[in-house]
Design a protein around this ligand. Structure first.
Ligand SMILES: [Zn+2]
Length: 322
């Protein structure tokens, strides 16, 4: 309503405190709106440290997602020449590095670490406000979370908190990135798959994967045309010519095992089955969560290269053996 307001945090489970946007479900589709930022945000570590573990872990999960989201932004800068702001990306990066150093102490409810998590979550929200959209703080790990939220809400089920979902999704994206780095990409096969793309088959899959939200997703694709062959072929050329830089970017990401261990130390979920996501839903998530926004991410890059399906199936079968 555009009214000024103060926010007093009793926990730090997500990065929406300073955000200038609001994610609201409209006609079953998670949609982003411009919103008012608060005049004042209060985060008292004496209060924050008494929050339940699962909320502390959720905040940490939302912050850990910044690694993959920044990677998405850097990939898009290389592949699509998307505008990229060093200062804002640097601000978000320093927030997460700062937290990751001592994150192990979160389980002791160390007020200093909880203060850093709160600060990181507030500053990444500030980064979104400064940039004017959520590019600096939301990548494919968030698209997966949005997808789950819609899926559960369509069935009248309550999804786990946003940050918890983002933590689990971050582990999945990191595992996918690890697989992609080790993959020998056949660029000519990727071009062949781009040429044989069928929008009709895609639409059928979207109806199945999105249910009542499908129309909204199809309208997004009609506006952005991110899956069309011409654009995809141009991106495949760009990916091929930057492949070394791309694999170097993927190698800079933290290890999935390290992030899992951190979430485990807070007794927080780190695998899809622990948040009610079974193998079938996970497959749809990996293949179609990228359709929730036109934003370019690692999932879209893997799809561009024609390896998303294979890597996803690989990942799902690895998870079953964990
Ligand atoms: Zn978030």
């Amino acid at each position: 309503m555009g009214r000024p307001f103060f926010t007093v945090a009793t926990a730090a489970p997500m990065d929406g405190f300073a955000s200038s946007i609001a994610a609201i479900n409209v006609n079953s589709l998670k949609t982003t709106f411009q919103a008012q930022t608060p005049t004042v945000i209060l985060g008292d570590t004496e209060i924050l440290k008494n929050a339940p573990y699962r909320m502390i872990a959720a905040g940490l999960g939302d912050l850990l997602g910044k690694f993959t989201c920044l990677c998405d932004w850097k990939l898009s800068r290389l592949i699509n020449r998307e505008h990229y702001c060093e200062n804002i990306a640097g601000l978000v990066e320093s927030c997460v590095q700062n937290v990751l150093k001592d994150a192990g102490k979160a389980k002791d409810r160390d007020p200093e670490v909880l203060g850093k998590i709160m600060e990181g979550l507030v500053l990444t929200g500030v980064a979104m406000s400064l940039y004017g959209n959520s590019r600096p703080a939301s990548g494919c790990e968030h698209h997966m979370s949005h997808y789950w939220e819609m899926w559960f809400e369509q069935r009248g089920l309550r999804p786990v908190p946003h940050g918890t979902q983002v933590g689990v999704a971050t582990v999945l994206v990191l595992k996918l990135a690890e697989k992609l780095r080790g993959t020998k990409v056949d660029f000519d096969a990727a071009r062949e798959s781009a040429r044989s793309y069928s929008p009709e088959a895609w639409e059928r899959a979207i109806h199945r994967a999105y249910g009542p939200a499908a129309e909204g997703v199809i309208a997004l694709e009609e506006a952005s045309r991110k899956n069309e062959s011409a654009g995809r072929l141009a991106r495949i050329d760009a990916i091929q010519s930057h492949w070394e830089e791309i694999t170097a970017l993927l190698a800079e990401l933290p290890g999935s095992a390290e992030v899992m261990e951190l979430l485990r130390s807070l007794q927080s979920p780190c695998l899809p089955e622990e948040i009610g996501v079974d193998g079938r839903l996970l497959r749809d998530t990996l293949l179609y969560a990228k359709e929730v926004r036109p934003r370019y991410t690692l999932l879209q890059m893997a799809w561009d290269l024609g390896v998303l399906e294979r890597l996803s199936d690989d990942l799902i079968s690895n998870l079953q053996h964990l």
